[in-house]
Ligand binder design. Sequence first.
Ligand code: ZN
Length: 183
Amino acid sequence: MNLPKPKNDELIFLPLGGSGEIGMNLNLYGHAGKWLIVDCGITFGDPIYKSVDIAMPDIVSIEDSTKSLSGILLTHAHEDHIGAVHHLWPYLRCPIYATDFAAEVLIKKLMDVGLEREVKINRIKIDSNVKIGPFNIEIISMSHSIIEPSSALIKLKHVLFFTLGIGKLIISHKLEKVLIRKG
Ligand SMILES: [Zn+2]
């Protein structure tokens, strides 16, 4: 199964996990022929399915389209946002973008499965701009129960799309400035 090729003037949202549920976040954004993955997390088993320890997003719909993946952007280091990377990366094989803290947590997980030399991690800074493939992204500082939490503001020519990396939106001074600036 192949992902469609997004046009230059469109942004396609494809939620594979975490939208309308808690845990295993994995959302895709398609633009100008490429796809960006935001987060790649797990969720934990519940009392109903006692034999299930963790669950991960089902990526069968994208694993034939790895050439069109620009990267995986991680918003913060909680398990429901980064906990599936070391399990699923062999099927995705694209560069990762993370802050220093999330990168260090991820490296430990990659070492557990012998992938630490294979996976390219690009370090990003909070409150900075990053270009991942055709995506121009502003990394916005958020408030959350872990250090370096962020959300991504995807900036297209005429549209800003705010991806909420964490469950609670507490508008930071920086985000407030962006929202006011963009009207
Ligand atoms: Zn979190």
